[in-house]
Design a protein around this ligand. Structure first.
Ligand code: ATP
Length: 270
């Protein structure tokens, strides 16, 4: 080895050591990559003594749309509830933006930017549509920005503006679903957990909901989407995971899973 090369290697090692201590300022050193938005490691959750999630590992990158597909009772809703903090983890760890949030209460997670649009159109029936939307922004105090977001929601879902003063309970199922999504968006989520947004809807409304989700994707919101409508979800997902009896059994790009034999048979009816 030449002296010059030895010197170069020695210098490189010295810089590496300093980098490890956070002391180096070599101009060519690349900036550390931001951690993924959500990293789930070895997550378990139980109902009483019955396990609903076992050793779940899952990563949601920034500005990605990740789909989670699986049959009835596979554990999809439980996983979203465990991420949002309304269901307790019995093992494992959930990291959001590099921070371990496993011990945090649900309201603290909302403040960090994790918003959950639960399945079953859980809107507040006696309250007006507009009050429901305001409730979605309860963590915020930026009044002007909230008013702007309300207008954006009305532009995205015009029917909500037409019915703004009516009790949310008088809306149709599809409209309540739109309200549940819009309410979650009013929290300006950094990570949106969307549970079965197309459940029980007529095909035309399913299309409308999926085009709204695609629109969110263009706005670079990070989304974890749970769907039984596997075809539609895989078609728009960057990556997807398949869950069976509480365990992740497959993962890949949306396209890879659409082409996967097992997925085609079990979830696409092909
Ligand atoms: P679906 O598509 O039907 O909503 P899912 O994939 O979301 O199904 P989960 O609702 O997470 O599945 O249910 C996972 C497992 O946990 C199922 O076996 C279910 O019966 C059970 N489970 C869900 N909620 C409860 C509960 N509150 N108490 C006891 N067991 C529950």
């Amino acid at each position: 080895m030449t002296n010059a090369l030895e010197t170069l290697i020695t210098e490189h090692r010295a810089i590496s050591r300093l980098s490890g201590l956070g002391l180096a300022c070599a101009p060519e050193a690349p900036a550390p990559a931001a951690p993924p938005m959500l990293v789930i490691r070895g997550l378990g959750s139980h109902y009483g003594r019955i396990p609903a999630l076992r050793d779940v590992n899952l990563v949601v990158g920034r500005r990605q749309l990740i789909a989670l597909v699986g049959a009835n009772g596979a554990g999809k809703t439980t996983l979203l509830r465990t991420i949002s903090g309304v269901q307790k983890a019995s093992s494992g760890r959930i990291e959001f933006d590099g921070q371990d949030i496993t011990p945090l209460r649900a309201d603290k997670r909302v403040r960090l930017g994790i918003c959950h649009a639960p399945e079953g159109r859980r809107v507040f029936g006696p309250l007006s549509v507009e009050d429901n939307l305001h409730l979605g922004a309860y963590c915020r105090s930026d009044k002007a920005a909230i008013a702007g977001d309300l207008e954006r929601m009305y532009a995205m879902f015009p029917v909500l503006e037409q019915k703004a003063r009516l009790p949310a309970g008088t809306l149709s199922g599809g409209q309540q679903q739109m309200l549940a999504i819009a309410r979650a968006l009013m929290g300006r989520p950094r990570l949106l957990l969307l549970d079965e947004p197309s459940m029980g809807l007529a095909p035309m409304l399913v299309e409308e909901i999926f085009s709204a989700v695609t629109e969110l994707r263009k706005q670079e919101i990070t989304i974890l989407l749970v769907e039984q409508n596997a075809h539609a979800a895989l078609a728009i997902a960057d990556r997807a995971y398949v869950i069976e009896t509480g365990e992740i059994v497959l993962s890949g790009s949306g396209k890879e899973l659409l082409d996967n034999e097992r997925v085609r048979e079990a979830y696409l009816g092909i």
